[in-house]
Ligand binder design. Structure first.
Ligand code: GLC
Length: 578
């Protein structure tokens, strides 16, 4: 090697190491005095296993299917997968009715498949969060079979029973019951049992210490296998006032307030933390946390030692479409929560999950003209808000609502039971079906669209739920090849969030709060400030930020062509570094 080549090489190496050091130093500086946690920095990807990938042609997604797609999942850059329930279940509510907490549902495979999946996830640096469904079990769980068999069975008090000789129990409303009645009469012991959800989902009696011990034991069993956390399904309903007071008329319209945080709920969470969570480095998230930011804080205030984070429903309980609800009101929800959470506690951020219609259909615009651009805008929102983003499978492709015309296309007990109830009352079934096109849960449960081949490459058999017919144009295979696809845009966003601690930990401040078209905010951390502007409409719109963006660096823009005006284009999203 000639001397000048050698010198160039040395200078190059010095430059290289000094720039990496600078980036590293910069990150360290930004994170000064910040309470960092891996689960705050994580991007969570939710997989609905029934619909992700079928490996054996029975039309139902399974664990082997997930294993076969782990490289795809890894390629998204996400850190953790939240998997909907995969435990043994008769599937009254697609796995949310567990008949054995320590076994895998036959449709999904075996425990060996599970162990392999977990190993392969960890090999790729992906953590696994399991759904924990312990407000209720299935009526086919051994505990319930025993419990209902006689009044003096040792499992009797594992559930809530009301002896019929005391008359009818005080009315309790049920989410999934055709008659909206949460007490079901059981002739075997001439008693009623409680089910907040379907008749096949009896509520466990958390007041019974034996129930709690058995459940903690089961949780440790999974954690000892190496899983990385739990999403606590409907757990806010676990504690009941077992004096069974009469509730005010029409209370079901405000159900979270009455069912949400029972008298001993926080005692149970603190006990669970002591007995289970505190022994592991895991992530725990509550589905629902009362009905106000103050309620939510009680679940996640680190000093109280309960859960790591919670997601609240206010940001999704907005009716059929965000445009009806109004962006100004919507923004106010986030400001209200942020006010409570700015110094401590942590929230999850999400726009969709398996109980919701598709993100782009509810918050964006799924017409062919705007589906891609508005999906990208919504992804930008999720990745730039304060809180841990939960991203629902298929949203990275811009998958949208399927909008079934016929009740027979639906499998979900939620839609089907509401339909039967309405039919019994002689209600307007056509209007109901029209509404479900926007709100039904199964809009968001259709099979993942892998490619343009038969059944979107999801299964070689007959899919359990119809595939969205737009799979021929909306699919992963086609988007892999397009550098500007929603899929590749999502990947870039994930990387951007990873590189920028400001996007994770930075203070949130809403700007131009009365702007009905644009959601704009800054994120600021130890001297670094980012500005995010998002047009939530299909029209050009302008924003008054009061911030001089001249010279600001554009870190991300969902349009690839430069703007000709100062206005934001339809669904435009820009992230500036100020
Ligand atoms: C939760 C789940 C939902 C389920 C219900 C009953 O809300 O997310 O899918 O139906 O609990 O378990």
């Amino acid at each position: 090697m000639k001397l000048n080549h050698f010198l160039f090489l040395c200078i190059g190496l010095i430059q290289f190491s000094s720039t990496t050091l600078t980036a590293q130093d910069n990150k360290t500086l930004l994170l000064k005095n910040v309470d960092t946690k891996w689960w705050k920095e994580a991007v969570v990807y939710q997989i609905y296993p029934r619909s992700f990938k079928d490996s054996d042609g029975d039309g139902v997604g399974d664990l082997k299917g997930i294993i076969s797609k782990l490289d795809y999942i890894k390629s998204l850059g996400i850190d953790a997968v939240w998997l909907n329930p995969i435990y043994a279940s008769p599937n009254d509510d697609n796995g949310y009715d567990v008949s054995d907490y320590r076994a895998i549902m036959k449709d999904f495979g075996t425990m060996e498949d599970f162990d392999l999946m977990l190993k392969e996830m960890h090999k790729r640096g992906i953590k696994l969060i399991m759904d924990l469904v312990v407000n209720h079990s299935s009526d086919e769980h051994e505990w319930f079979k025993q419990s209902r068999s006689s009044r003096d069975n040792k499992y009797r008090d594992y559930y809530h029973w009301w002896p019929a000789e005391k008359g009818k129990p005080p009315y309790r409303w049920s989410f999934f019951d055709v008659n909206s009645d949460a007490w079901k009469y059981d002739a075997q012991t001439n008693s009623y049992y409680l089910h907040y959800f379907s008749q096949k989902q009896p509520d466990l009696n958390w007041e019974n210490p034996k129930v709690r011990e058995d459940i903690y034991d089961m949780m440790r069993w999974w954690l000892d296998k190496g899983i990385d956390g739990f999403r606590m399904d409907a757990f806010q309903f676990a504690s009941k006032d077992t004096t069974w007071p009469e509730l005010p008329k029409g209370y079901e319209k405000n159900i979270i307030k009455y069912y949400g945080v029972g008298p001993h709920l926080h005692d149970y969470l603190q006990e669970m933390n002591k007995e289970v969570f505190s022994k592991y480095d895991i992530m725990t998230v509550a589905e629902g946390a009362g009905s106000s930011p103050q309620d939510a804080m009680l679940f996640v205030d680190p000093a109280r030692k309960e859960l790591n984070m919670a997601y609240h429903f206010e940001s999704v309980d907005i009716g059929k479409h965000l445009s009806d609800f109004g962006l100004i009101k919507y923004k106010a929800i986030f400001s209200r929560y942020d006010k409570e959470f700015k110094d401590k506690g942590w929230l999850a951020i999400f726009l969709a999950n398996h109980d919701q219609p598709r993100m782009v259909s509810k918050f964006g615009n799924d017409s062919p003209e705007f589906r891609t651009i508005s999906s990208k805008m919504l992804s930008t929102f999720l990745m730039t808000m304060r809180g841990t983003p939960y991203y629902y499978y298929g949203d990275e492709l811009g998958m949208d609502n399927i909008r079934f015309n016929n009740i027979n296309d639906y499998h979900d007990l939620d839609t089907r039971n509401k339909y039967i109830a309405l039919k019994n009352k002689g209600g307007d079934l056509e209007a109901f079906l029209e509404g479900e096109k926007q709100t039904a849960r199964e809009n968001g449960r259709t099979p993942f669209q892998w490619d343009a081949k038969k059944n979107a490459g999801f299964t070689t058999g007959t899919p359990w739920l119809k595939v969205n017919p737009n799979y021929t144009t909306v699919n992963a295979d086609q988007q892999e090849k397009d550098p500007n696809s929603t899929l590749n845009y999502f990947r870039k966003l994930v990387q951007l969030r990873k590189k920028n601690p400001t996007l994770v930990y930075g203070k949130f401040e809403l700007i131009d709060e009365n702007n009905p078209a644009i959601f704009a905010y800054t994120r600021e951390l130890n001297g670094e400030k980012l500005l995010i502007v998002l047009n939530f409409t299909s029209k050009n719109a302008s924003v008054k930020t009061g911030i001089n963006i001249k010279g600001a660096k554009v870190l991300m823009n969902n349009y690839t062509t430069p703007s000709k005006s100062k206005e934001l284009r339809p669904y435009e999203a820009v992230i500036y570094q100020l």
